[in-house]
Ligand binder design. Structure first.
Ligand SMILES: NC(=O)c1ccc[n+]([C@@H]2O[C@H](COP(=O)([O-])OP(=O)(O)OC[C@H]3O[C@@H](n4cnc5c(N)ncnc54)[C@H](OP(=O)(O)O)[C@@H]3O)[C@@H](O)[C@H]2O)c1
Length: 334
């Protein structure tokens, strides 16, 4: 008899989640099935649940990053074996089919978007993978930053990088990545994150709520790479202003919302999914991500919530409202 699968379903836009049975999907050719041991609640998931941030078919199963063990492999899958411990990005928001939704006990995924994690803790793996991938894809694939170990570190030290909103996971990992390449990194965050950001390599941190934040940052620039990891309108305006008078470009994790001067380009995308070209993907899943999870990257703060799938509703609300100050992790098997 097949195991019983259970999911947190959203049945209509903005509706509360319902915990109910879901199909147990035997993997098709080129697919894997994961027994899901850890979910990290991302702002994107919370926004789709609470505010119907993007169109999806209903009923639906949200979530696109999981960690667990390989439960079954489809025809043609050679790189993964049953029982192996993995972290995976599922194409939930790309294909919009429920079998990939992370908020269920058994979730389908693709081997090429899955990394082996050895003995690493599932919570650590799932906490790191999605925001780290967003930060690295944005900086490397979209803005052209080097890979760690590529080129002379000492040459990069002269090139300053500004990461706005480094108190969040994406921003915190962006600081670590830029530092690992060799850059001098300036960050903005709330004071509660200063010690963590200093410990992972930021050379100067400015409180983004200071009234003279722009003047302080101008003093610390100019910057070769600029990124807002909060993406809010104020951050975009300040970054655009710092690029004057010559203009330039900055990365934003959020689209639109602000009209920019003509000489400024905003680089925006769904970085995690869009940065998954074959070359990046191979390096990411076979080398960089396993090493990061194995210890090369310091995780941003996490909070484990008990209650299994039932805990996702409140956790998502806390993420959406900004109340959550850590990445919230849930074990769907509980
Ligand atoms: N485009 C993409 O591909 C992509 C992918 C992932 C995430 N995102 C977006 O990126 C954003 C961050 O995601 P995340 O996972 O890093 O979230 P997170 O870990 O939940 O980050 C929350 C933290 O961000 C900081 N923050 C909030 N508002 C801010 C503001 N106005 N200015 C500066 N810092 C602010 C706060 O830190 P302090 O305590 O320091 O105030 C807060 O604790 C979200 O909007 C998310 O939707 C986009």
């Amino acid at each position: 008899m097949l195991p019983q699968n259970v999911a947190a379903w959203i049945r209509t836009p903005k509706a509360d989640l319902e915990i109910d049975e879901a199909p147990y999907n035997e993997p098709g050719p080129g697919e894997i099935l994961i027994r899901n041991e850890a979910i990290a609640i991302q702002p994107l998931d919370a926004s789709v649940r609470k505010a119907a941030y993007m169109p999806i078919p209903y009923p639906f199963i949200l979530g696109s990053n999981v960690a667990g063990t390989i439960e079954a492999v489809g025809a043609g899958v050679e790189d993964f074996k049953i029982g192996e411990r993995v972290v995976s990005s599922t194409p939930t928001y790309v294909t919009k089919e429920t079998k990939w939704g992370g908020w269920q006990k058994f979730v389908s995924s693709k081997p090429e978007m899955t990394a082996k994690i050895g003995e690493a803790n599932y919570d650590r793996a799932v906490a790191i993978s999605f925001p780290l991938s967003t930060a690295v894809s944005a900086l490397q694939v979209y803005a052209g930053m080097a890979k760690p170990g590529e080129g002379e570190k000492s040459a990069y030290e002269q090139e300053k990088v500004l990461i706005w909103g480094a108190g969040g996971a994406v921003g915190g990992y962006a600081v670590q990545y830029a530092k690992s390449v060799g850059h001098t990194v300036i960050a903005t965050a709330s004071p509660r994150s200063f010690a963590h950001l200093e410990s992972v390599g930021a050379s100067k941190i400015v409180d983004y709520k200071s009234t003279d934040v722009e003047a302080q940052l101008r003093e610390l620039g100019p910057f070769k790479f600029l990124m807002t990891a909060s993406g809010d309108p104020t951050s975009q305006q300040v970054l655009a202003s710092l690029l004057q008078p010559n203009g330039g470009r900055f990365i934003s994790v959020r689209a639109g919302e602000v009209e920019l001067p003509k000489n400024v380009e905003r680089i925006y995308n769904m970085f995690e999914a869009a940065g998954q070209g074959p070359e990046f993907r191979h390096w990411w899943y076979t080398t960089y991500l396993p090493e990061a999870i194995g210890g090369a990257v310091e995780p941003t703060p996490t909070e484990k919530r008990s209650g299994g799938l039932k805990a996702i509703q409140a956790a998502g609300d806390d993420v959406f409202s900004g109340k959550a100050k850590s990445k919230i992790i849930v074990n769907p098997q509980e």
